[in-house]
Design a protein around this ligand. Structure first.
Ligand SMILES: C[S@@+](CC[C@H](N)C(=O)[O-])C[C@H]1O[C@@H](n2cnc3c(N)ncnc32)[C@H](O)[C@@H]1O
Length: 304
């Protein structure tokens, strides 16, 4: 096999999907592959998109709001918003992945009120002078916080995130405007399995939430104490996700959640072992059923 590290030949033969390789360690999945591997995230039958649309209906007072989507990916939440009939006068989509951005520029080219920006989320929030009534992020926000923590250290990354969120809320959000964030629950079964494969920046200790969640909590609590925002964080226990086979579960965990970052690494055999041992606990017949979990945040600007 070409381009296969010689020490991983056996693994590549068994799992041909290991050939998926990100361009760089920070490159995200190509949009089509993302859509193919993405599983439904539901709780009591309601999907993350249902929670999002419910939030938007509850928080948009102005029918022609200016909106911002952070980490828009292949446009899953954007499409749900378009299908919901909720009106907006403008919608800015921000994502750091060149491929996702290129796809969305094409996909939404006929909708002039949609603009697509290639940027890191926090850097965009820091730089923008636009005013918004509603900003949302489904599963994207935490990436940006961890991205900064990985490049500048946990403390500096947390301080940057706190400053940027405060700046955005007070300078870019209209009074009464809201931010809705879907943030992973690192202590859910799904994320707990992933934690053993990840870098320590995400979370160093066993029973603690991720650094990005703790930063988001500390920032919103601070803003709430001084009366600038009203914040709500609802913990959602997800319905178990059904993987039709062990092979499918491995592909989703290594290529979707880990973005293929271990696929050429000496750590891969160990990661496969760890995942297989974990999946043993969740196996039902041929299937593997693993529950995800997340938090729905709503942060509403009360004015200064
Ligand atoms: C799990 S996907 C979520 C996509 C979409 N919101 C959804 O729910 O289907 C995460 C998205 O965040 C983007 N992303 C990752 N790191 C980012 C960063 N630092 N700044 C902006 N976007 C980022 C990825 O490119 C990807 O499109």
């Amino acid at each position: 096999m070409e381009n296969v590290p010689s020490f991983l030949r056996a693994e590549y033969e068994q799992y041909p999907w290991l050939r998926y390789q990100p361009e760089t360690i920070t490159t995200y999945l190509p949009p089509d592959y993302y859509d193919k591997l993405l599983k439904p995230y539901t709780s009591g039958g309601a999907s993350d998109l249902d929670f999002f649309i419910m939030s938007i209906r509850g928080h948009i007072q102005n029918p022609n709001a200016d909106m911002l989507e952070m980490g828009s990916g292949s446009g899953r939440a954007t499409d749900a918003l378009l299908a919901s009939g909720v009106n907006f006068s403008s919608l800015d989509l921000v994502d750091m992945s060149r491929d996702m951005v290129a796809q969305n520029r094409k996909k939404y080219a006929r909708i002039p009120s949609i603009s697509v920006v290639e940027s890191d989320i926090l850097d965009y929030l820091q730089a923008t002078d636009r005013m918004y009534s509603y900003a949302f992020s489904l599963w994207g926000f935490s990436y940006s916080v961890h991205h900064h923590m990985n490049s500048t250290g946990i403390r500096a990354g947390a301080a940057y995130a706190e400053n940027v969120i405060t700046k955005f809320v007070t300078q870019n959000l209209r009074e009464g405007g809201s931010i809705f964030i879907v943030h992973p629950d690192i202590l859910s079964d799904e994320q707990r399995i992933l934690k053993s494969l990840r870098q320590p920046t995400v979370s160093r200790t066993k029973d603690r939430q991720s650094s990005s969640k703790r930063t988001l909590d500390a920032t919103t609590e601070k803003l709430e104490r001084i009366g600038i925002v009203k914040a709500e964080c609802v913990q959602i226990k997800g319905d178990p996700i059904c993987y039709s086979s062990r092979d499918e579960a491995l592909e989703v965990f290594l290529n979707f959640h880990m973005h293929g970052s271990l696929n050429r690494s000496r750590k891969l055999p160990r990661a496969l072992q760890t995942l297989n041992a974990e999946f043993d606990k969740y196996q039902q017949g041929d299937k593997v059923l693993i529950a995800p979990g997340w938090f729905n945040y709503t942060i509403t600007f009360q004015g200064q």
